[in-house]
Design a protein. Structure first.
Length: 94
């Protein structure tokens, strides 16, 4: 359906991101999905282990970015304001 459209999904190892990756791949997008610690196996998804604070140069050029990576206090120790803004806001601009 969307041949030759490339999407990057950050935080695809998380609850929301894994479903976004699956659905976009099913719609025909070429999906690159980033994760930090773990991920689900999904067909037609390229998985890239990536720390968004340091390793952006390993990510491909894409048509769309869906930023679902987050510093979440229920998953990690409570983040300070700098970490929260860096991941949840600034990573989108990079």
């Amino acid at each position: 359906m969307y041949n030759n459209k490339y999407a990057l999904i950050t935080g695809a190892g998380g609850y929301v991101g894994q479903y976004l990756a699956r659905d976009l791949a099913n719609f025909g997008y070429e999906v690159t999905a980033t994760y930090k610690d773990k991920h689900s196996f999904l067909e037609n998804v390229r998985w890239v282990r990536c720390d968004l604070k340091r390793e952006l140069d390993i990510l491909p050029t894409v048509d769309y970015v869906i930023h679902s990576a987050t510093v979440h206090p229920l998953v990690r120790p409570t983040p300070n304001v700098v970490d929260f803004l860096d991941f949840n806001v600034n990573a989108t601009h990079r």
